[in-house]
Write a protein that binds this ligand. Structure first.
Ligand code: EPS
Length: 382
């Protein structure tokens, strides 16, 4: 399974094409709308999230509510397009307002240098996290496929700026509605209000906030990914997928960071066996991945997001690329934080990796064939 996205943040539309899905997967336009709506949630997002809708058009690959096995093409229209039609026109012309004061920490300057642009908008329009809406549309298909393999991927916010969720409690798929009902998508009610207060304080200061999201993969069978080659290891695939999310700067699988400081006897998950349940692990330090393969346990990954580089009160030094004089960056509408939304995108990226690897292992041209292959593999496990 592969997918490509295209489109600029304030362009006419985003598009995504997903190729390699089996035929016969039930899917509705509402499923896409529900996932896209979840991505728009979260305290600390800018005004655009309130007035903009994600206008979905299914262009190909789906007939009468089922995939055809052909590429699925989806368009997400930009309801703000009339306001941007001139500025973002594909026709020859020039902008009257080039952005020449790049934001520190953003793609602006390196992108201008790399591509030979004089206007930071030529970079920022594609660097923007708006692009993740197209990924979430692709992820909706991945989640739909996984649901037929009894796999569910959920997420929750475990840190907002310096405020951490202390309880360590992990939501199950049954708790997802509760997580989504939290304005910061936090499962720890004690931390929730402190997170909201932190966002309010950062907003008042014209500043931005990062944080950490935990993604949980329930029902993932043993054997996705492989130890045999570096580019087939599922932890490596998850790391790339999560790291590719705008503003994510670190990814952790299981207790990957903590175990580096422990002795081996306290770092691994003891193996047990029971007649009715087969092999088990007594703990889940490895995050459900051993040797680049899923172990059959809960898959746990954490994505760490830096504070957004766009500041409502720009204070960091930069240089005007025209005059080379010291200045502060241009002002661009932004969010105080996008950590809650990033959780939904992290689910999406995890689901896309798991769905891709599930198809590689259990592949078939129709959904019943994929499910049969999965069942046969599980039945053959000793
Ligand atoms: C973004 C800045 C804001 C966000 C945008 C990402 O956009 P605007 O400047 O148009 O208000 O709203 O996120 C989305 C539009 C989205 O759909 O997630 C940025 O600088 O990356």
């Amino acid at each position: 399974m592969r997918y490509l996205t295209a489109g600029e943040s304030h362009g006419r539309a985003l598009v995504v094409i997903v190729e390699g899905l089996p035929a016969g997967l039930p899917i509705t336009v509402e499923a896409f709308q529900d996932e896209l709506a979840r991505r728009r949630l979260g305290f600390g997002r800018g005004p655009r999230m309130r007035f903009e809708q994600d206008e979905i058009t299914l262009l190909g690959g789906i007939r009468h509510g089922r995939t055809l096995g052909s590429p699925v093409a989806i368009e997400i229209g930009n309801t703000e397009w009339p306001k941007w039609e001139e500025e973002m026109s594909p026709h020859p012309g020039a902008t009257e307002k080039p952005l020449t004061q790049p934001r520190p920490g953003h793609a602006d300057l390196a992108g201008m240098q790399k591509y030979g642009f004089r206007d930071a908008r030529d970079v920022l329009e594609r660097a923007s996290a708006r692009e993740t809406a197209a990924r979430v549309a692709a992820g909706t298909l991945a989640k739909a496929l996984l649901s037929h393999l009894d796999i569910e991927v959920i997420s929750h916010v475990v840190q907002m700026g310096p405020v951490t969720a202390k309880s360590g409690a992990r939501p199950t798929p049954a708790d997802l509605a509760q997580v989504d009902a939290s304005e910061v998508r936090c499962f720890d009610p004690d931390a929730e209000q402190a997170m909201i207060d932190e966002i309010k304080a950062a907003a008042k200061a014209g500043d931005s906030l990062g944080g950490v999201v935990e993604v949980l993969g329930y029902g993932v069978p043993v054997g996705l990914g492989s130890h045999v080659h570096w580019d087939r290891k599922i932890d490596a695939l998850l790391a790339q997928a999560l790291m590719s999310i705008q503003a994510v700067k670190a990814v952790e699988i299981g207790e990957g960071i903590d175990v580096a400081a422990r002795r081996g006897s306290e770092a691994h998950d003891p193996i047990t066996w029971e007649a009715d349940a087969g092999y088990q692990r007594e703990s889940d330090r490895a995050g459900g991945v051993e040797g680049g393969m899923t172990s059959g346990g809960l898959v746990v990954a954490r994505a760490h997001m830096k504070p957004l580089a766009t500041l409502n009160r720009p204070v960091l030094k930069t240089v005007d690329v025209d005059t080379k004089e010291e200045t502060v960056s241009f002002k661009e509408r932004t969010d105080v934080t996008a950590v809650p939304a990033m959780g939904v995108v992290a689910e999406t990226m995890t689901a896309l990796v798991l769905a891709g690897e599930a198809l590689r292992k259990f592949g078939g041209d129709s959904l019943p064939e994929v499910v049969r292959n999965r069942d046969a593999f599980l039945a053959g496990l000793a």
